[in-house]
Design a protein around this ligand. Structure first.
Ligand SMILES: [Zn+2]
Length: 687
């Protein structure tokens, strides 16, 4: 479970391609002034009416979303800074001796950047793959191709990525039912748009998106010289719609109890007939795995049935399109531009493609993430930052322990389990204890497409190699240069990458009230996921075992319901109401994280309010820093997409979490009648 949708934004940016633009001068120093951004506030707004505008109105008024971004805010600024820093590190790495890890980074980056070479090669690097698909003679051969294309490109619980263009996606993680081993998890896949809703919703917006998608498929096929592109596009689109019909909705994907379906390998033919499973598993290198956890049983059965019922020729067209579409960032410019036109502009509302060098940085981060991360932390994450954040984490964990003791609704046995879980929580700060070994990854200068294919295959094999080994709780789900944070529920572990631990959210020069209001609330958010409705299902060892009494659960669900109702009253657009249930875990985590961070800040000041600074009381600093950490502007198409696919509420509503805290009312003298005012009984208190 991630802290924010920035990871998704990163992945989307990586997938997009198009025109290169002139490279701006890289800003390599973090020049955020210390303290609260006073000029970014709007004192004309009453905090009790619109706290987000009070804390961020000045910034909102003077800020424009850069043309190559779908959203912009504190996170975006840090992404931009980190991208420039990484580029600088990569350029230095390019001069390293051949065969070294640093040189691989440099070669990967410069091959991706070499658009003239990519243009001159045309479709040549993809020809062997396309020829392999064209040569498929029967459904058994089709099953083998699906197996050959399986990749470790989904993640059900950590980074929560449910989207793969392949028929299924593989995730290798600690077994839900046995913490001592890894299990292969099989997830639904095969859609070219972000969610089943895009294929099935009757809203006029989605109807228009579908027309554009169909045209996009035809254009991609046409660019590759495929005959009869229009008719084929229609059939590929219709097949996508059939796949969408058997897919689970996002909210269902998040329900781990529905997902814990261990199937023996021999059961697949009976439970999901239609796909030649022995051929599939053999081609995927999974013939030796005795058991799989099938995350989406209905979709697995439904997709296998479609393999049997739909014509071979349509499946081959579908695979051909998918290869062209998926690799368009390393194909000639016309492919890259077309991909951006649909995924960047139509789906996300972004007018301008990211500069090629930024996409090259993202692609390198994706392929050799920890090799780049090693260089990044050596230069930009000093040991004292790590020590200070670790001290903050310790204060937050203390605050949680105290809060658990004080809960009047939780049974003593449950409290003991919660405290055991808190004591075994593995908190990673900055970077992992040990790094991925990339020596098996071959990077060939001048072969951008081949490098990308080999990197995806390397990652797949690296994951397969985990079977039979003890579970490594120290492995990270994010790279150190990622501006995000994550909770890993089955490993009872947290990752706080170095790139999010910097100003303005974390600044060693700031008072602790500000650091805890911004970064502390983020840390608290992630810690609390271990104890929320999902966390309650995993015990201290990560076994799927609910450790709450029925009465604990009833209380929690009642409080959760009140919060779902609170968020379901928010309307980001007149025709869109937030789905409070879909976002419940994240909203609970926001409340819990903010409460724990507040306690930790007070604890750090001997139980008292921190000293005034910049004309703000200690408590005011805490809450304004929190709200400023959420400052974001989002393009409408992206905001609409997130409202459907994202487990998080939009940033301005996350900033409104404050209205559930008594200390916010006293800090700003918020009175009944003001828009955000909640009577004490309506304030949701869960932890
Ligand atoms: Zn979260």
């Amino acid at each position: 479970m991630t802290h924010s949708p920035f990871l998704a934004a990163f992945a989307a940016a990586l997938a997009l391609a198009g025109a290169a633009s002139a490279q701006p001068a890289a800003t390599l120093t973090n020049d955020h002034p210390k303290g609260i951004d006073l000029a970014g506030m709007d004192r004309a707004v009453k905090p009790g009416d619109d706290f987000f505008a009070f804390a961020n109105g000045g910034w909102m008024a003077r800020t424009q979303i850069p043309p190559d971004r779908s959203s912009w805010g504190t996170g975006g600024e840090l992404v931009e800074l980190t991208t420039a820093r990484v580029q600088d590190l990569i350029k230095t790495a390019a001069a390293a001796a051949p065969g070294t890890e640093a040189r691989k980074i440099g070669d990967f980056y410069s091959s991706y950047l070499d658009e003239a070479k990519i243009e001159s090669l045309g479709l040549k690097p993809l020809r062997p793959t396309l020829a392999r698909i064209a040569a498929i003679k029967d459904k058994k051969g089709l099953a083998s191709e699906f197996g050959r294309e399986l990749r470790a490109d989904v993640d059900a619980l950590n980074s929560t990525n449910f989207d793969t263009p392949h028929l299924f996606g593989l995730w290798v993680e600690q077994d839900l039912n046995d913490p001592h081993r890894y299990a292969p998890y099989l997830l639904q896949g095969g859609l070219g748009m972000p969610d089943r809703d895009y294929y099935l919703s009757k809203s006029p917006h989605m109807v228009a998106v579908r027309a554009a998608y169909k045209a996009h498929i035809a254009k991609v096929l046409g660019l590759a010289g495929v005959a009869d592109a229009q008719a084929k596009a229609q059939r590929i689109f219709d097949l996508g719609t059939k796949i969408a019909e058997v897919h689970a909705a996002r909210a269902e994907s998040e329900d781990v109890l529905k997902a814990n379906n261990p199937w023996a390998r021999a059961d697949f033919a009976r439970k999901a007939p239609g796909l030649d499973w022995p051929a599939y598993f053999a081609a995927a290198g999974l013939s030796q795995r005795p058991q799989f956890i099938v995350w989406h049983p209905k979709a697995t059965t439904g997709e296998a049935a479609l393999v049997a019922s739909q014509p071979l020729a349509v499946w081959k067209d579908y695979l051909t399109y998918e290869q062209l579409n998926d690799n368009s960032n390393v194909l000639p410019k016309a492919f890259a531009d077309e991909r951006f036109a649909f995924y960047g502009t139509t789906l996300s509302g972004t007018p301008q493609q990211l500069a090629r060098w930024k996409r090259a940085v993202n692609a390198t981060n994706n392929a050799l993430g920890e090799a780049v991360g090693k260089l990044y932390v050596a230069k930009y994450f000093p040991p004292q930052s790590k020590a200070e954040v670790q001290a903050m984490v310790a204060k937050l964990i203390d605050a949680f322990r105290v809060r658990i003791d004080k809960l009047d609704w939780m049974a003593p046995a449950t409290k003991a389990e919660a405290k055991r879980k808190l004591s075994t929580l593995k908190v990673g700060v900055g970077y992992p204890d040990h790094w991925i070994d990339y020596s098996a990854l071959k990077v060939v200068p001048g072969d951008a497409l081949g490098n990308q294919q080999r990197a995806e295959l390397f990652e797949y094999r690296r994951n397969l190699a985990k079977f039979g080994r003890p579970v490594d709780r120290g492995e990270w789900a994010m790279t150190p240069q990622t501006v995000n944070a994550v909770n890993l529920p089955v490993r009872n572990a947290l990752n706080f990458p170095a790139a999010i631990l910097q100003a303005p959210d974390f600044n060693p020069a700031n008072p602790i009230a500000m650091n805890l209001g911004a970064t502390g609330a983020t840390i608290g958010h992630e810690v609390s996921h271990s104890f929320d409705d999902q966390g309650a299902q995993f015990d201290a060892d990560g076994r799927l075992r609910n450790w709450w009494t029925p009465a604990d659960l009833a209380h929690f669900q009642a409080s959760g319901h009140a919060l779902a109702v609170q968020y379901s009253q928010y309307h980001p657009f007149p025709d869109i109401t937030l789905n409070g249930e879909q976002m419940l875990s994240e909203n609970i985590a926001d409340i819990a994280g903010l409460n724990a961070a507040y306690d930790a800040y007070r604890l750090a000041n001997g139980g008292k309010e921190g000293p005034a600074q910049q004309g703000l009381t200690g408590d005011q600093q805490f809450f304004v820093a929190f709200s400023q950490s959420w400052r974001t502007k989002v393009r409408e198409a992206t905001a609409r997409q997130r409202a459907i696919t994202d487990g998080h509420a939009p940033a301005e509503f996350r900033a409104d979490t404050v209205r559930n805290m008594d200390s916010w009312y006293s800090a700003f003298d918020v009175k009944p009648g003001e828009k955000l005012y909640l009577a004490p009984a309506q304030r949701v208190r869960i932890w």
